[in-house]
Design a binder for this molecule. Structure first.
Ligand SMILES: Nc1ncnc2c1ncn2[C@@H]1O[C@H](COP(=O)(O)OP(=O)(O)OP(=O)(O)O)[C@@H](O)[C@H]1O
Length: 454
């Protein structure tokens, strides 16, 4: 994805030279001759880097004044001053007031390219740092080797480089945001921004301002998520919660590729890939009249489904290990060893909150385990709402029923539940279940048949 660089210089040949060199390197370049044109270009869309001449003939404002104004509105935007031979001191003053660097005329093409690369990289790092501070910095390693996870990974690999819009569905906490991030990271837009907006947590009134930005009466301006995501990806989480009015506007943006900021008249055109997600079934939302069908078809050019954790129980040990490691290195808490009985319980739980709930439970275990860090975590140390998933025992949950039965019947109930839990834990793989429970594969098959399972 091409970057967006603005070159402000009063000399036509310098503008063309700089733009040409940058374009040859695959960058996108726009030009302006004076302060009015420069602000008009920035108004149209915020660039990712500005080359700004210090002396601008025929311009209302000179380079330093433009620098101050741009900085007051876009503090993160890197600006490289272009200085003539005689005004190095001014260039140094510009650096003191916040310019990223300066380049002296006449300059060599490779020096220009290098400065542009460094400035863009610094812009990217600043943005990443800001994302991290906001708490949205995310590792994008997709843990899990189950068949459904491998299928998902293949689907993500296929769609990532295509630029098509993607709708990611799946239950809450299953990894939809992680999927969106990995698509972005594996796409040609990886160097561009990944901007996220959650339609479920923003009030309908603020939704349009957050997406499209706002222009105030006094000339103030707030950039919205769409403009922020130029050259990258916009992830709209919980799209089903987007108000109808905003749905209409988004649809128009998708058709026309341009929009205006709230209370503004300037047409902003952006190059943004939209990935959206929904935990709710959008077809139901359409049937209920809450979601526009035409918008659904535009957003779901490629649908991707992230399976719930109960569909891939075999991934649970690897996920637990990953979280133990991750939480331990982030918090300094000791990495625990999970005993086989505890793992069996964790693997048979249904996890309605999916991977997020699993992660929270691992964290809780690490905090509450206390005592000897070497001690193995056993099933009895698990929170009770997870522990109740163990097959019934005479004194445990479901025990009353068992106590009213003859041994043979009670044993059958226990065996059925125990085997079902073990099989589901091993993702339906009979050989691995047999190995774990210490039975011959054929004997397990016979047992299952006798119990009426399978
Ligand atoms: N396969 C995975 N490997 C490692 N971590 C994962 C995996 N799937 C999910 N996670 C982690 O689980 C948590 C929840 O995932 P994420 O936020 O992507 O879910 P979501 O489906 O977008 O949830 P919601 O619908 O509530 O927004 C995150 O911390 C994420 O990093």
């Amino acid at each position: 994805m091409a970057t967006d660089i603005l070159i402000v210089d009063d000399e036509a040949d310098i503008r063309e030279l700089v733009a040409g060199i940058l374009q040859d390197e695959g960058h996108g370049a726009r030009t302006a001759r004076n302060s009015d044109e420069a602000f008009a270009e920035i108004e149209k869309r915020r660039p990712q880097l500005v080359f700004l001449d210090i002396w601008l003939q025929g311009s209302k404002l000179d380079g330093l004044e433009i620098l101050d104004l741009i900085h007051s509105q876009h503090p993160d935007l890197p600006i490289v001053m272009i200085s003539g031979h005689g005004n190095i001191e001014t260039a140094v003053a510009a650096i003191k007031s916040g310019a990223y660097d300066f380049i002296e005329k006449p300059f060599k093409a490779d020096r220009l390219v290098l400065i542009a690369q460094r400035a863009l990289e610094s812009y990217r790092l600043k943005r990443e740092l800001r994302d991290l501070k906001r708490g949205s910095g995310h590792p994008t390693r997709f843990v899990g080797r189950s068949t459904v996870m491998n299928q998902l990974r293949n689907a993500l690999d296929r769609v990532a480089p295509t630029n098509s819009r993607i709708l990611i569905t799946g239950p809450s906490g299953a990894g939809k945001e992680l999927a969106a991030r990995s698509i972005h990271n594996a796409s040609g837009r990886a160097g561009g921004p990944f901007v996220m907006i959650n339609a479920a947590t923003i009030t309908p009134e603020r939704m349009e301002e957050e997406l499209f930005g706002v222009e105030g009466v006094n000339g103030s301006r707030k950039i919205g998520a769409l403009e922020e995501a130029h050259g990258g990806t916009l992830f709209i989480d919980e799209i089903a919660d987007m108000p109808r009015e905003t749905q209409n506007r988004i649809l128009r943006v998708l058709v026309e590729q341009t929009f205006t900021r709230v209370s503004g008249a300037t047409r902003v055109s952006v190059d943004v890939r939209i990935i959206s997600s929904s935990a709710r079934n959008l077809e139901d939302e359409i049937a209920e009249g809450r979601f526009r069908e035409d918008l659904f078809h535009r957003l779901a050019v490629v649908p991707v489904r992230v399976p719930g954790l109960a569909e891939r129980r075999e991934d649970i040990p690897e996920l637990i290990d990953f979280f133990l490691e991750q939480i331990s290195s982030a918090t300094g808490l000791p990495k625990r060893t999970i005993g086989e009985d505890a793992m069996a319980v964790l693997q048979s739980h249904d996890w309605p909150g999916n991977v997020r709930q699993l992660r929270n439970n691992v964290e809780r275990l690490m905090i509450l385990a206390g005592g000897d860090p070497e001690a193995v975590v056993t099933a009895t140390m698990l929170p009770s709402e997870i522990g109740t998933m163990v097959p019934p025992t005479p004194h445990g949950a479901g025990g009353e029923q068992l106590m009213g039965l003859a041994l043979r019947e009670a044993r059958e109930i226990f065996e059925r539940q125990y085997l079902l839990a073990q099989i589901s834990r091993f993702g339906g793989n009979i050989s691995r279940t047999a190995e774990f429970i210490g039975m011959e594969r054929s004997a397990l098959h016979r047992k299952l048949k006798a119990l009426g399972i399978g």
